[in-house]
Design a protein around this ligand. Structure first.
Ligand SMILES: [Fe+2]
Length: 287
């Protein structure tokens, strides 16, 4: 399906799922948390990320209320036709159309047009200048599927004082001001989280489970369509660097024709199985 065939009031992926008659997908609860070791050189990656930010900027999470310095980073991919017309390197870090409490899940009510919005994940198909250099770029180039809205994110521990930590602890699971949110279903966007730095003050929390630290040296993926968040549970001056790569498991993008087509796994193979078998990154598979 050509992107030009998608109407202004539809997400690209919604049109794709409809056109190719993809049945609703139920994730396998036994594969809900996938943790895979890898041998990326994280020291080198961190160094190059810092160099890239010196050159291309370190961008705050953006909303209608403010921009948050506790959550910063840069975009891996951008949409050249993005309706917010942001700096490409910052374009997957929120939208000025939504308030901070409107990032829980697909909050499109402030949008006149849906196509090419922040929430139009399949619009983000072009690599940003910030992610086009050196080791980071080489890692991303090994992806066997199409990378969609993705980012390199930094959570800064020193913004979490006692008061903020207490607010995070007490926040209700629907409150996106304190990080709670849902992402798309994994057959739309399989998100692979690669921790680069951090300590156990920083935690990932899936609703109903104890928060835990994501260890550098591993990559993680979950059914992040369920409510979850990341936060800092104790005072620390450290910064947590995590690369979050979102991939389209079932549709591949062909830039020369500006067209998305279903691949051989579409509707047939669980995206988490694809990751575990090395069909997303061949260096990342369950042995
Ligand atoms: Fe998430």
């Amino acid at each position: 399906m050509k992107v030009s065939e998608v109407s202004e009031d539809s997400l690209i992926v919604s049109s794709l799922l409809k056109k190719y008659n993809v049945k609703p997908f139920m994730p396998n609860p036994n594969l809900d948390k996938t943790k895979i070791s890898h041998s990326l050189d994280l020291h080198k990656l961190k160094k190059e990320i810092d160099l890239s930010m010196e050159k291309h900027g370190r961008h705050p999470w953006l909303s209608a209320d403010d921009s948050s310095l506790r959550y910063t980073g840069f975009s891996i991919n951008y949409n050249p036709n993005h309706q917010d017309q942001l700096n490409p390197n910052a374009s997957s870090l929120g939208t000025p159309k939504n308030k901070r409490d409107q990032f829980y899940y697909n909050s499109l009510q402030e949008h006149e047009k849906i196509k090419n919005s922040y929430f139009d994940t399949y619009g983000f198909i072009k690599r940003t200048p910030a992610a086009s250099e050196g080791y980071l770029s080489a890692i991303l180039d090994t992806c066997q599927r199409t990378i969609i809205r993705s980012r390199m994110m930094i959570l800064s521990g020193h913004y979490f004082d006692d008061q903020l930590i207490a607010q995070y602890k007490e926040a209700k699971p629907g409150d996106s001001k304190f990080g709670w949110h849902r992402d798309e279903p994994i057959h739309v966007n399989l998100r692979i989280n690669i921790p680069i730095t951090g300590n156990d003050a920083f935690v990932f929390e899936m609703l109903g489970e104890e928060p835990y630290f994501l260890e550098p040296g591993f990559a993680y993926s979950w059914d992040t369509n369920k409510p979850h968040r990341v936060w800092c549970r104790e005072k620390t001056d450290l910064e947590r660097y995590n690369l979050i790569v979102g991939v389209s498991p079932w549709f591949d993008y062909f830039p020369e024709r500006d067209e998305w087509l279903p691949n051989q796994y579409c509707g047939k193979k669980d995206p988490m199985e694809m990751l575990r078998e090395g069909l997303i990154f061949d260096w990342l598979r369950v042995k």
